[in-house]
Design a protein around this ligand. Structure first.
Ligand code: OSB
Ligand code: MG
Length: 377
């Protein structure tokens, strides 16, 4: 496969409601949308999922755009790439920047599966027609407002809820939701807002029968989470600090977590996601699909990956309408009554881009074309 043209668009879509974690508040979804065309005339789509500001990790939308333009696109354009491994190797001169790499890789997988006439789920060996999903719930100003939001999501049909927590907005909030919904599949996410001083505090969450607690300690930490896991019954799940299958292996071997959140963006793409999935499956460790407020492009990728058999917990892959009034794909992802999304079956990602809406939300656009050297006779 040879990609000969890439359009990189910065898209900015308003959220239906602002979203807050322990560390940041967002009112818009920003992303770099990649449109990649091959010499055979196929078009694949990808999404770089970094947030607008480099707070979840060091990558951001602007940094993604810069790294793509200056470094990654020149390494990839016009190269014959047999598979995702070859793409990864072509990009290997650039250290880190896994989210930028994953955006290109997403477009590559779309092309790869399309060229075989397979859906991406089929191509990856997915086993499900529907994937279970939950919702990630913003930190709220008052417990009352939080309760109303959770009620509305349950009313829409979501069967698993993840509460964003931070010191001072955690125990009472979790207790309240548990009291109102004794059987709800409930989990919490600290987004790295806690320290070792909070071990006793966090252990009190054991009272609420949580599925897991996600990344309470430092966003690069693995070691301190060992102490937390020893102190708590609730399974610790790592998000921010797992960037690769190697990180996952190390975290599991020292007991830093019992569950892993896989985000294809964070770990550098689907190829690395599969390696983490396979490692965890061998060890009987549950994985689940995280979310980065994706547009329909990244959502289609996440749904396809989550159709693999090791994804045994509901993902943060909510319906498009949870985030946006309108999506940039023609058919937004809708919630089924069993709290699932349907895995697309059309070739590749299985989406159609709505050109008008894509244009409407594009705030910057760059075009990169490969011109083969004229042959000399
Ligand atoms: O910590 O899982 C997280 C969104 C952006 C960055 C980090 C996280 C999240 C979410 C939202 O929790 C998940 C989603 O619904 O996309
Ligand atoms: Mg998280």
């Amino acid at each position: 496969m040879k990609i000969t043209r890439i359009v990189a668009r910065h898209v900015r879509m308003p959220f239906r409601q602002a979203f807050s974690t322990s560390r940041w508040t967002l009112t818009h979804k920003d992303a770099i949308v990649i449109e990649a065309t091959t010499d055979a005339g196929l078009t694949g789509w990808g999404e770089c999922v970094a947030l607008a500001y480099p707070d979840y990790c060091y990558e951001s939308t602007a940094i993604n755009a810069l790294v793509l333009r200056e470094y990654l696109i020149p390494l990839v354009l016009g190269q014959e790439l047999a598979d995702a491994q070859a793409l990864w190797e072509a990009m290997s001169p650039v250290a880190g920047h896994r989210i930028a790499k994953a955006g290109l890789e997403c477009a590559f997988w779309d092309l790869d599966a399309q060229s075989r006439g397979q859906s991406l789920s089929q191509r990856l060996g997915g086993k499900r027609e529907r994937v279970e999903t939950g919702v990630s719930v913003s930190v709220h100003d008052t417990p009352d407002a939080l309760l109303r939001t959770v009620e509305s999501y349950l009313h829409e049909g979501y069967q698993r809820v993840k509460l964003k927590i931070k010191p001072g907005k955690d125990l009472a909030e979790t207790a309240l939701i548990r009291k109102h919904f004794p059987d709800l599949q409930l989990q919490v996410d600290g987004n790295a807002a806690y320290t070792l001083e909070h071990l006793d505090h966090l252990a009190q969450l054991d009272a609420f029968g949580l599925l897991l607690i996600e990344q309470p300690l430092g966003n690069e930490d693995i070691i301190d989470h060992v102490q937390l896991q020893q102190r708590m019954q609730t399974p610790v799940c790592l998000d921010e600090s797992i960037l690769s299958a190697d990180d996952a292996r190390k975290a599991l071997s020292i007991g830093a977590c019992r569950v892993i959140n896989i985000k294809p963006g964070r770990v550098g793409g689907v190829r690395e996601s599969l390696r983490i999935h396979d490692l965890c499956r061998q060890q009987g460790v549950a994985v689940w699909m995280g979310g980065m407020f994706e547009t329909g492009i990244g959502r289609a990728l996440n749904v396809a990956v989550a159709s693999l058999p090791g994804f045994t917990l509901p993902g943060d892959i909510s319906a498009s309408a949870k985030y946006f009034k309108e999506d940039i794909v023609e058919s937004p992802f809708m919630l089924n009554s069993d709290s699932t999304l349907t895995v697309p079956t059309a070739p590749g990602l299985g989406i159609q881009i709505d050109a008008g809406r894509l244009e409407k939300y594009t705030v910057a656009k760059e075009v990169f074309a490969f011109h083969s050297a004229p042959s000399t006779a």
